[in-house]
Design a protein around this ligand. Structure first.
Ligand SMILES: Cc1cc2nc3c(=O)[nH]c(=O)nc-3n(C[C@H](O)[C@H](O)[C@H](O)COP(=O)(O)OP(=O)(O)OC[C@H]3O[C@@H](n4cnc5c(N)ncnc54)[C@H](O)[C@@H]3O)c2cc1C
Length: 72
């Protein structure tokens, strides 16, 4: 039986943990209030109109497509 790891928050830390656990001994559940990760270091570029918000946001379902079965 596989063990389940629940990661609360898919920011820098949570997403990296999810991506680096390679063992099939674990089922990973990633929980975040958003369905996308965004990249805070480039927030000022969005605030000043140099980048679109979509340039610094990326959906988890695409990021983790090969890794997990995603319900969304
Ligand atoms: C404007 C800005 C610029 C930055 N620039 C740099 C930089 O140049 N270099 C650098 O090293 N660091 C930078 N940082 C800091 C860096 O972004 C943080 O150190 C890093 O994101 C912290 O990672 P984390 O995983 O702890 O938290 P976060 O990346 O903030 O992730 C937290 C996650 O938890 C989720 N969450 C929060 N509350 C809940 C809830 N109640 N339920 C479900 N999910 C929840 C959030 O949606 C988020 O996805 C910057 C930060 C900001 C704001």
């Amino acid at each position: 039986m596989t063990k389940r790891i629940v990661i609360i928050g898919g920011g820098f830390a949570g997403l990296n943990v999810a991506r680096h656990i390679r063992s099939k001994a674990y089922t990973i559940t990633l929980v975040d209030r958003n369905n996308y990760i965004f990249f805070p270091p480039l927030l000022y570029q969005v605030a000043t109109g140099f980048l679109e918000p979509s340039n610094i946001c990326y959906p988890y379902r695409k990021m983790l497509r090969k890794k997990t079965r995603c319900p969304i």
